[in-house]
Design a protein around this ligand. Structure first.
Ligand code: ACO
Length: 387
């Protein structure tokens, strides 16, 4: 019989932020945009561009989280790789992290709900520990968006960054870890956030593999994100008898400073108790919440016994809000020696190299905008009109 544990404590945490920084002024060198526009509309000032793979970033973050927990990779039962930046679909990415860590006993799975992937993974791993299926798990949030961004599209190219972070979960009898969960999906709005070119739907339509077209309706996403995150936060607090005064820190998804402020206002939590990293890293999709959590710990903003609220939204449009009770320890037990190799190019040089390999006005027009995809484009336009 598996041993069931009431809680899955977060005993380790680590982040892997690529060193190369892309500023708003860098973006203005090849896009019709400005530092003023990006800062005013999003709160973003800079973001990171990775010179290593997503699996390498995820491995560095996991190794740091394991050292922080004082846990051997060989003692891991489960690795969840949360995100939508996969080098390949088969084999999965989690198995790449597993072999790099030497986690020989672990089960490994990828989980993709885009920006909510880390929190969906945290919820999944917590339930698997509570049911006794596993005892020790690593949950990763990771994205390498720079490699498949459409760098010719200013509507989206200014919004994102690369990065990774991971936490270690361990079975525990004392109250800690995820203590409340609301998960949901506003599937009616799924057409408003789409990256065309990723997936089997595009085979046989002359779409060149690796050629992407970002089809986002920013204003619909903005409204739905505020509704989804605020509604989930309100519900998880109500269901667990928690008021705004009980929340020590909100660690939200970081897609736009204005979205964060609207969600905080709705929850009646002052901005002094909200973790904001969007100015430093942009939107790292699945990596934003765990990176913000690790930064909060490093800055001493998480105290023993703190109650954290983590609301997020992502592709689908998935949404969620988790309540996390922190344990006693807020400092790492150890440090990993694993780190990034030196970068040989600046962030702007890397982006320009990726741009040189993209042909958005040739292949994408012919393939990704083919008549066969007109139906989903029509639904997007109707949704925009109706909202
Ligand atoms: N630089 C300069 N001008 C721009 C840029 C840019 N990078 N992008 C758009 N514009 C222009 C538009 O063309 C438009 O010009 P027009 O008035 O002449 O037509 C004008 O700026 C206003 O554009 P809006 O789209 O109305 O700007 P808005 O205030 O809605 O901000 C934004 C856009 C930042 C995308 C916002 O809608 C948003 O944050 N949406 C939600 C976040 C989002 O979609 N994130 C994607 C991640 S998804 C996720 O995290 C799960």
């Amino acid at each position: 019989m598996p041993t069931q544990s009431k809680y899955a404590a977060i005993t380790g945490w680590g982040e892997a932020l690529p060193p190369a920084v892309l500023t708003n002024d860098d973006l203005s060198t090849f896009l019709d945009t400005s530092d003023e526009w990006i800062t005013q509309r999003t709160g973003m000032k800079e973001r990171r561009v990775s010179h290593v793979s997503a699996i390498e970033m995820a491995t560095i973050a996991s190794s740091r989280a394991l050292a922080c927990a004082g846990l051997d990779a060989a003692d891991l039962d489960l690795i969840i790789y949360g995100g939508c930046s996969n080098e390949e679909t088969v084999p999965n990415s989690a198995s790449g992290v597993q072999i790099a860590l030497g986690a020989t006993r672990a089960a490994s799975m990828d989980l993709n709900t885009a920006c909510t992937s880390f929190l969906y993974g945290l919820s999944t791993a917590t339930s698997m520990i509570q049911s006794g299926v596993v005892r020790n798990a690593v949950v990763i949030g990771v994205e390498l968006i720079s490699r498949y961004m459409d760098w010719s599209n200013r509507n989206v190219a200014v919004l994102f960054g690369d990065g990774a972070a991971a936490v270690v979960l361990q079975a525990s009898v004392t109250e800690s870890g995820v203590v409340g969960t609301v998960l949901g999906c506003d599937a009616e709005s799924r057409q408003s956030l789409r990256v065309r070119g990723m997936g089997t739907g595009y085979t046989g339509h002359n779409v060149t593999f690796g050629d992407m077209l970002w089809d986002f309706d920013g204003q619909v996403i903005f409204k739905r994100a505020v509704l989804g995150m605020s509604g989930a936060a309100e519900r998880v607090m109500r269901e667990h008898g928690v008021t705004a005064a009980d929340i020590d820190l909100v660690v939200p998804h970081q897609a736009n400073l204005r979205i964060i402020e609207a969600v905080a206002k709705h929850a009646a939590v002052p901005m002094e108790r909200v973790m904001v990293t969007v100015h430093k890293y942009g939107n790292m999709s699945a990596a934003t919440v765990p990176v913000s959590l690790v930064d909060a710990l490093t800055e001493g903003r998480v105290k023993p016994g703190s109650l954290l609220l983590m609301p997020a939204f992502g592709g689908g449009l998935t949404f969620c809000a988790l309540l996390v009770r922190w344990g006693e320890r807020t400092t790492p037990l150890g440090e990993s020696s694993m780190t990034f190799p030196p970068a040989t190019q600046s962030a702007l040089e890397m982006v320009n190299t990726i741009r040189a390999g993209q042909d958005p006005h040739g292949r994408s027009q012919a393939g990704l905008l083919a008549p066969v995809f007109a139906e989903t484009r029509r639904e997007t336009a109707e949704r925009r009109h109706a909202t």
